[in-house]
Every structure is written in C-alpha cells, then in structure tokens.
Ligand binder design. Structure first.
Ligand SMILES: [Zn+2]
Length: 195
C-alpha cells in the first residue's frame, strides 16, 4: 500500500485541496487516509500543510481587514478585483474550513500520538521487566544445574576405583575414594588426582 503510486496520488495534497473545495467531507476522509498510507512518517505534515494552505487562502481577507482598519494601501495590482470577485468569499470560507480542520487534526494527532507513545513505552517497560526476570531465573537455573553436575562428577569420581601403588610394598591396589589401605601390608595409601 505504501508504495502504491495511485493510492499516494489520490491522497496527495493537491487532490485533497481541490476536492475539498467542492466536497469538504471527502477532503477530510482523504486527509485521514494519509495517516494509513504514510503511517508515522507524515504525522504532523498533513495538518501543517493544510493549515498553511488555509492561511494562504485567508491572507487576502486578512490584508483587506488590516488595510481598512489601519488606513494604508499596499498598492497590490488588481486588489479590488480580487476582493470583490464573486468567488472570493467562497475561497475565504474554504480557507477557514481548512484552517479549523487542520488545527483540530493537529491537536488530535498530538494527543493521540502522545497517548500511543505512552502506551507503547509502558508496554516495552513491562516486557523489559519480564525479560529481565526471566534472564535472572534462567541464570539461577543454570547455576543450579552446574552445581548439580559438579556434585555428580565428584560423586562419580569417588566411586570410580583408582589404581594406587603402595609406597611400602609396591603392590598395586584398587581403591575407591581418595584414601584406603594396602591389601598386602595394611599401610595407608592415598590416591592423588593428576591435574
Ligand atoms: Zn603395601
């Protein structure tokens, strides 16, 4: 959808602005549709461009009011023709509509965005906490497993008979554990693990 040229063209600003002049409701729908098409990247662009367009349409009216109130004339060519043109009030109305819609959109976007960001932050904090707890538990389990296997290793080591040569009579004895007695001369013998 994002890459679709026709979709992008339909909800482009020129199309929105021209259709909006005739059917404001469609412009509203298309402007909202931009959020679907562009997602996060155009969050504030849509309301800001619409606001600028609305203010530009209102600019002549603002100038007219300023010139009438403060008694000055900028000497803009065809000024009276622009101001008195039968279509001009319609443009002014359209400018007002665009500006109001853009401001509402801006506020709603801002509020929603912060709300959604707040939610997703909270969610990621929760998830982080969960993963940290799990990592800690996994660590503990791993330590326990290691300790157990070490114990088993030691036990197995103690049960395995080792060949030990008696230092007194030279007879080879097989003893389990580390100490024992020579079967021939009864003297104490000791097994030392080679490391
Ligand atoms: Zn011996």
């Amino acid at each position: 959808m994002r890459k679709n040229f026709i979709t992008k063209a339909i909800c482009s600003f020129p199309v929105i602005l021209i259709i909006g002049y005739f059917v404001p409701a469609i412009a509203v729908i298309l402007a909202l549709f931009r959020y679907v098409v562009y997602g996060k990247t155009h969050f504030y662009r849509t309301p800001i461009v619409l606001l600028v367009a609305g203010l530009l349409l209102l600019l002549p009216r603002g100038l007219e009011l300023a010139m009438a109130n403060f008694n000055f004339n900028l000497g803009i060519p065809y000024w009276s023709e622009i101001i008195t043109h039968p279509l001009y009030p319609k443009f002014t109305d359209y400018g007002k509509f665009l500006a109001i819609f853009a401001i509402i959109l801006l506020v709603v976007t801002y509020v929603l965005r912060n709300f959604i960001e707040g939610l997703s932050n909270k969610f990621s904090q929760l998830m982080n906490g969960y993963y940290q707890d799990r990592a800690k538990r996994d660590d503990e389990i791993e330590k326990e497993v290691k300790l157990e296997s070490k114990i088993k290793e030691i036990e197995a080591e103690q049960k395995t008979p080792h060949a030990v040569k008696c230092p007194h009579c030279g007879k080879t004895n097989h003893i389990t554990g580390t100490t024992g007695r020579c079967k021939a001369c009864r003297s104490a013998i000791e097994y030392r693990a080679k490391k």
